[in-house]
Design a binder for this molecule. Structure first.
Ligand code: C5P
Length: 233
């Protein structure tokens, strides 16, 4: 994939208000061009704020993890596609994925599938009625995503090599849980440095707290981009 180091960094705007998000985007300036909007900001004005970002030439990743009957998912995806957003997440259920892929046709929107939430372990899956272990279910869903024509997967750095084998060279692998050396892991368990995740084969890195909570967020973002550049060469 022909991406510059700068293209590969997605900053998660995990902030409570549009004012806070706007101030962060202002501070980051030209250093960051791709932003993730998740539930917290989306339901606090972030859907409208995304229009401002897109209007300013930024790219937007809506991490809304859609899952509903196919018709409802399809209508939601049509609305997101019209907004000009670049990425949208859906849960990796075959009906949901097929409806999303059908609905985004002809737009620039890429659909990313969530295979198994990273907070789930084998016991959580058993409690939810699944007989498969996390690794088995993630692999099965990645194969189903490929078959459904999904554009990419969200996965930890550790999962990248195994999922790349299943997903092939064209699927986009987007990796959260990134921690530059020396930064706090927070509640993330499966963490990797930016350089290691890129070297493992991730296409995009999602970074939240290491940028948002840095004394100098712009410098933190630039340091991550520099590490990506080093790993790419
Ligand atoms: O602050 P931090 O860098 O841990 O933020 C990571 C972002 O990636 C958060 O928005 C989180 O919801 C998201 N994410 C994650 N792990 C996943 C999927 C998404 O941390 N498996």
């Amino acid at each position: 994939m022909d991406l510059s180091p700068h293209d590969r960094l997605i900053v998660a705007l995990d902030l409570p208000t549009v004012a806070a998000a706007d101030a962060m985007v202002e501070r980051l300036g030209d250093a960051v061009q791709f932003y993730k909007i998740g539930h917290q900001l989306a339901y606090a004005g972030g859907l409208t704020f995304a229009q401002t970002l897109i209007g300013a030439g930024k790219r937007v990743f809506f991490d809304l993890k859609l899952h509903d009957i196919g018709n409802t998912v399809g209508k939601g995806v049509e609305s997101v596609a019209r907004s000009g957003a670049s990425f949208l997440t859906v849960h990796a259920y075959p009906q949901t994925m097929q409806a999303a892929v059908e609905a985004k046709r002809g737009s620039q929107l890429k659909i990313l599938a969530i295979t198994v939430l990273t907070s789930y372990d084998d016991n959580d899956l058993a409690a939810a009625g699944y007989r498969l272990a996390v690794a088995e279910l993630a692999a099965a869903r990645a194969a189903q995503a490929l078959e459904a024509g999904i554009d990419g997967l969200v996965c930890s750095g550790e999962e990248v090599p195994a999922l790349r084998k299943i997903a092939g060279p064209h699927m986009v692998l987007v990796t959260p849980g990134i921690r530059p050396a020396g930064s706090a892991s927070g509640d993330q368990k499966r963490i990797m440095t930016p350089g290691k995740a890129i070297a493992a084969g991730a296409d995009y890195l999602v970074v939240g707290r290491p940028v948002l909570q840095a004394a100098d967020p712009k410098a933190a973002a630039e340091a991550i981009i520099a590490e990506i550049a080093q790993a790419q060469n």
